[in-house]
Design a protein around this ligand. Structure first.
Ligand code: BEZ
Length: 219
């Protein structure tokens, strides 16, 4: 149940990421228009002018070129108003030595927070938890994460996941535990050995019939 006593369905992987219009620190946006053909990361934080959030939004600004390289647009959200976001951005830039140059949604009426089930009342009735939604160019939800207020997220992990998602959307591979860009990948079980020979000209090694490694196909 949300703060209005309405039940909201959590978004699941493969669901369409709902569209919305919202005020942001960079003006009004239509979410789907903002994303265009890009991948997207929509992430919420509990509150402006709080320490962990300050480090998180600063870090995202720092690695924004890495997101851009991967054709990913980032957008943050909290239930604070635009004026608060604008003032806080100055603090983030001052303390984190960054230039926050992506929009922060001002979701004072909690419209988007409820749409994306970002308020977990048993954690906090009034503020969003640390939610992350990775959205593909098809506007489908590819990954969700929920972190508590006390734990800052690992945004390098999001880059790693994006690398995996983009690779696995193009080739019949999956990525093993702790995989990083450039390392060997796993051939999905639905591909037969005969087909694997054609699809993966660099070859593959079979540990078990269901566990076959091949060099990263796009390297
Ligand atoms: C923080 O960002 O530091 C924070 C925000 C809400 C609750 C606890 C910590």
């Amino acid at each position: 149940m949300n703060h209005l006593g309405e039940t909201s369905m959590a978004l699941r992987l493969g669901d369409e990421a709902p569209n919305f219009q919202a005020d942001t620190s960079e003006g009004k946006i239509d979410f789907h228009e903002y994303l265009g053909q890009s991948w997207g990361i929509l992430f919420s934080h509990p509150k402006d002018y709080t320490p962990v959030c300050t480090t998180e939004l600063g870090y995202v600004a720092k690695i924004k070129p890495e997101f851009e390289k991967r054709n990913v647009k980032v957008i943050a959200l909290s239930v604070d108003p635009v004026d608060s976001h604008k003032g806080w951005i100055s603090d983030i830039n001052e303390t984190q030595n960054t230039n926050v140059n992506y929009p922060i949604i001002a979701d004072a009426d909690k419209k988007v927070s409820n749409l994306y089930d970002m308020i977990h009342p048993n954690a906090s009735e009034t503020t969003t938890v640390r939610s992350v939604f990775v959205i593909g160019p098809d506007k489908k939800v590819k990954l969700t994460l929920t972190y508590p207020a006390s734990t800052g997220r690992n945004f390098d992990e999001l880059l790693r996941v994006i690398d995996s998602l983009q690779l696995t959307s193009q080739f019949s591979v999956a990525t093993p535990a702790n995989w990083k860009d450039g390392e060997d990948t796993i051939i999905v079980p639905s591909v037969s050995d005969d087909d694997a020979k054609k699809k993966f000209p660099k070859g593959f090694r079979t540990i078990k019939p269901y566990l076959r490694y091949t060099p990263q196909p796009n390297k």
